[in-house]
Design a protein around this ligand. Structure first.
Ligand code: PDD
Length: 286
């Protein structure tokens, strides 16, 4: 049976509802959702779900696309259109679609979708047998070595940095720098040593980072892989980030405090130059 789903003001057969690949829900997990149970065609705890939806949207600064009354009507309507007796209504609102950028445009039009799922909620056999569980460390989201699209926090942080007149964010955990919002972060300390955080699940294993470290060593720059603090970064001679889009870019201040001279440093400039030269020499064409 083809369900009738809701997408941005339209009722459509489920196979015809399409969302852009540029949707920020798809690219940045920049979306919120609710799941409401339906029994005998009636909504359970709708007010609670509607209130939490509003809280989630407010927290992300996504506007509520419809009024509270319209939201309730849409729930009743989707239940009726699908003849749903028992099951779930799934609702998702993303910030909307635009070209990929961690920093998003203000006033985007949200993407609003809803669908139903026919599930026998009352006759759940597990109510008789009980559930078997396994325990796991709560790693939500502690696996930054995986290049997942779970980029919501990074995107919001970069947006906040921009609102505060900064270019990017350097994340700190347990007193030590992990990385920038979408790049690895490194310093050149007072002794001229390139200090960079070792690979772990605390940071993405940057491809550019690896290439730059190899080139630095070839250029007789000592490299030390260990965690370092904001204070150590502020006391460094130079700091820089690396990523596929930035290559090697100098960092001149953190929280308004200058690093070194407060200007891009010579070793960073050299690393940028040799990285680009090396990459261009090795770049593959068709
Ligand atoms: N970001 N750390 C994070 C959190 C990143 O998102 C990235 C890359 C890097 C650097 O990885 P690499 O050198 O492999 O690009 C480190 C890309 C450029 C992005 O999201 O646009």
């Amino acid at each position: 049976m083809t369900r009738i789903v809701y997408l941005n003001g339209q009722w459509l057969p489920e196979t015809e509802a399409k969302v852009s690949i540029f949707d920020r829900g798809y690219m940045f997990a920049d979306a919120v959702y609710e799941v409401t149970a339906v029994i005998d065609g009636k909504l359970l705890d709708h007010a609670g779900h509607a209130a939490r939806l509003k809280r989630s949207l407010d927290a992300l600064g996504i506007p509520m696309p419809v009024s509270e009354e319209a939201l309730t009507d849409l729930h009743h309507e989707i239940v009726a259109r699908n003849g749903l007796d028992q099951g779930l209504v799934y609702l998702q609102i993303s910030r909307g679609a635009e070209d990929r950028n961690f920093v998003f445009s203000e006033g985007m039009t949200p993407t609003f979708s809803m669908f139903t799922q026919d599930v026998p909620l009352l006759a759940n056999p597990k109510a008789e047998t009980g559930l078997k569980m396994v325990s796991m460390p709560d790693g939500r989201w502690a696996n930054r070595q995986i290049k997942t699209v779970q980029l919501l926090y990074s995107s919001l942080a970069k947006m906040e940095a921009k609102r505060n007149g900064a270019d990017d964010v350097v994340f700190v955990e347990d007193g030590f720098i992990t990385e920038a919002s979408s790049a690895n972060f490194h310093i050149i300390n007072g002794s001229g040593v390139l200090v960079t955080r070792p690979l772990s699940n605390a940071l993405l294993h940057g491809i550019t980072r690896a290439a730059v470290l190899t080139l630095a060593q070839k250029a007789d720059l000592a490299v030390e892989e260990r965690a370092f603090s904001i204070e150590e970064a502020l006391a460094a001679k130079e700091a820089f980030i690396t990523s596929a889009g930035a290559f090697v870019l100098p960092v001149v201040s953190i929280d308004g405090m200058a690093i070194g001279s407060g200007k891009p440093g010579p070793l960073t400039a050299k690393l940028r130059r040799i990285y680009i030269e090396d990459q261009l020499a090795k770049a593959i064409g068709r």
